[in-house]
Design a binder for this molecule. Structure first.
Ligand code: COA
Ligand code: AMP
Length: 629
């Protein structure tokens, strides 16, 4: 069957389609049906099945003869460490950590925050939680203490599992002091912290609360896989919304297993036993779905890479990893390839490596610009596939289903909706737009298995953020269009979310922090185009009247403030002081107009602008920052 037939098959009978896909999962009690729509528009999948995620990702492969196969290959050009973990060894290590968690009093349904750098222990921690039915919430290491504190308060974890440090080019970031600070700040206090000591910066442990990763596992009884219901959450992952309060995306166990497993062959075109490499971080959804869960559920070997595309040590690192481990499919963000291209435009490093095992390169997380796609195609001579999805969905909404049928690539489009997703382009009034016309991208409900059923502790916010704008649809927050062939084009966000080096960030959250600076009366943060990171945040500050300190001093403090409160990942390094912000007469800040000015795009000063003279002042300030570049 080709793509059209498979898609039509799903459309004709989604229940049968997903029940068939569910047969690839080992259930303790098989689900009697796929979709549960009793609480529409809140939907659930496979709720009455009983299952364990870790069993499906680890134990069953050992039982089925894959015990000696590498489950994880760890390659850390940043430290020089390399290792391999077979499925059998992974089972032992995960069961041991699971046992340690049980001994610490963590039980099914408890939350565990994981704040770890990119080593196999992060995957082991996630799987150990899943093994005992605890709900993990991984927090990206590049977030600062206050972001961690926000998540601790929202998820109310009984335990935290953390690395003592993370390693970035040229510096070691001690995570433990950040964790201590976060716990100090948070109202909720976890009872237990398990610390994985890395030799680059060993942490001091607080007696009573803190435990060493190795000590806590000595002499424990290995944990069995605890049965959970299909609609028990396997994890909560926080992502940026329009405010400083992140959204806790909930992932239910059953649908997650079924959908992720389905994508490995159908979307990514790999077979069990193949090496799959997603160069991302476990702190992001790509890391959850395609470093940890999907490859392991499907019986693949996953690569855990601790490094950068350039500088660790050079622009040949990605090619080396692909060659050395015979990677069949690779997934990363376009930024990574922009970084390699910038450093090695002629592909001199590429020529040194044998990439004959690589079938496909997948790009997602941000807009894939045609130059980068064409350059990658040129270097690799294989299909370079853009695909589109988000933390909320957990796996691709729109893609090119390499295991079903490799559709012609149209550069600039992530191709077509995957089975499960009825993607529509809607006008503000909810009418479907004709081909070629821009609108909000929405997905007809119900969303397929594995997507978010709700937000953690925030059902009302789930409804208002996603379900209320277009009745009967999930609002993705992206705008775009379809062409006559049904190919999608993703153009922009419809909210205040920006995408910096494939990382999703909230300009609203940055504005809240800047507004907290004592000299800032009012501010705006916009996303401006950046040739490497796709977008960068730029802050526009208006000072409280009477403040007469040097502007560059205040700008420096504001930059430091965002770094301290959100973290280095925000990459907030551009800000300027202006007298007034451009606003409409009703007081709405003209962020989109300012973004166009910074990007050097044509713009029309809105007729409703309060004071047109401000536009020139803004343009002059942006020029001093080098925008448009
Ligand atoms: N812990 C602590 N700090 C971290 C971190 C972590 N896990 N990850 C990143 N940071 C820091 C970086 O050191 C950097 O700090 P700096 O401002 O002091 O330089 C800052 O956060 C921004 O990091 P990053 O966005 O990674 O930019 P970079 O300049 O270090 O590297 C690229 C640029 C293009 C090489 C890098 O962004 C990259 O590899 N991107 C790939 C995209 C990706 O993996 N996306 C995930 C979604 S698929
Ligand atoms: P995240 O939740 O961090 O994965 O970010 C999801 C958002 O990143 C989407 O809503 C889009 O705005 C953007 N995005 C992801 N993939 C693509 C893509 N292939 N093309 C354009 N934008 C993308």
């Amino acid at each position: 069957m080709g793509y059209k037939e498979v898609y039509a098959d799903w459309q004709a009978d989604p229940e049968a389609f997903w029940m068939e896909a569910a047969k690839s999962i080992d259930w303790i009690v098989e689900p009697t049906k796929a979709l549960h729509d009793e609480n529409a528009p809140l939907y659930e999948w496979f709720s009455d099945g009983v299952v364990n995620t870790c069993y499906n990702a680890v134990d069953r492969h050992v039982e089925n003869g894959r015990g000696d196969q590498d489950a994880i290959i760890y390659d850390s050009p940043i430290t020089g460490a390399k290792s391999r973990i077979s499925y059998a060894e992974l089972q032992t290590r995960v069961a041991r950590l699971g046992g340690a968690l049980l001994e610490q009093g963590i039980i099914k349904g408890d939350r565990v925050i994981i704040y770890m750098s990119m080593t196999p222990e992060a995957i082991i921690a996630m799987l150990a939680c899943a093994r005992i039915g605890a709900i993990h919430s991984v927090v990206f290491g590049g977030f600062a203490a206050s972001e961690l504190a926000t998540r601790i308060n929202d998820a109310t974890p009984k335990a935290v599992i953390a690395s003592s440090c993370g390693i970035e080019p040229g510096r070691v970031i001690a995570y433990k002091p950040l964790l201590d600070e976060a716990i100090e700040m948070a109202d909720h206090k976890p009872e237990t912290c398990i610390i994985f000591q890395r030799e680059q910066a060993e942490a001091t442990l607080e007696p009573g609360r803190d435990h060493d990763w190795n000590d806590v596992q000595a002499d424990v009884t290995p944990a069995p896989c605890v049965p959970v219901k299909g609609n028990d959450p396997v994890y909560v992952l926080y992502t940026s919304g329009t405010t400083g309060q992140p959204k806790g995306v909930v992932r239910h166990t059953g649908g997650h297993l079924v959908a992720l497993n389905w994508t490995m062959k159908n979307v990514y075109g790999v077979d069990p036993g193949d090496v799959f490499w997603a160069a991302s971080d476990v702190g992001w959804v790509v890391g959850h779905s395609y470093i940890c869960y999907a490859p392991l559920i499907h019986g693949n070997t996953t690569v855990v890479f601790e490094g950068k595309p350039v500088g660790t040590p050079d622009a040949g690192t990605f090619w080396r990893v692909m060659q050395d481990y015979k990677v069949r499919a690779m997934f990363t963000a376009p930024t990574a390839f922009r970084a390699i291209k910038r450093e090695d435009p002629k592909g001199e490093y590429r020529k040194k490596y044998d990439l004959s095992n690589l079938d496909t390169l997948f790009l997602a997380g941000e807009r894939a610009d045609p130059d980068t796609i064409l350059w990658a195609q040129d270097q690799l001579g294989i299909p370079v596939i853009d695909h589109w999805w988000q933390t909320e969905t957990g796996y691709p909404m729109v893609g090119n289903p390499m295991g079903i049928e490799a559709l012609p690539v149209k550069v600039g489009s992530p191709t077509v909706p995957m089975p499960g997703y009825d993607v529509r382009i809607l006008s503000d009034e909810g009418e479907e737009m004709p081909a070629g016309e821009l609108g909000a991208i929405a997905v007809k409900l119900p969303l397929p298995p594995g997507t978010l059923p709700t937000l953690w502790n925030a059902e009302g916010r789930y409804r208002s953020a996603y379900l209320q704008t277009f009745e009967g649809y999930y609002e993705t927050g992206d705008a775009g269009m379809k062409d006559e062939d049904g190919y999608l084009y993703i153009m922009a966000r419809t909210d205040d979310v920006i995408n910096v080096a494939g990382h999703r960030l909230s300009t609203g959250a940055m504005e809240e922090i800047l507004a907290g600076h004592p000299d800032v009366a009012e501010c705006a943060v916009i996303g401006v185009a950046d040739p490497l990171k796709g977008q960068l945040p730029l802050g526009i500050l208006c000072l409280t009247s009477g403040v007469d300190r040097p502007h560059d001093e205040i700008v420096k403090e504001c930059i430091q403030l965002v770094r301290n409160k959100i973290g280095p990942v925000a990459a907030f390094k551009l800000a300027c002081v202006v007298d007034r912000l451009p606003k409409t007469r009703s007081g709405k800040i003209l962020r989109a107009t300012m973004a166009k000015i910074a990007d050097g795009e044509e713009f029309k000063t809105p007729a409703t602008i309060d004071d047109p003279a401000i536009i020139d002042e803004i343009a002059t300030s942006f020029k001093t920052l080098g925008y448009p570049g």
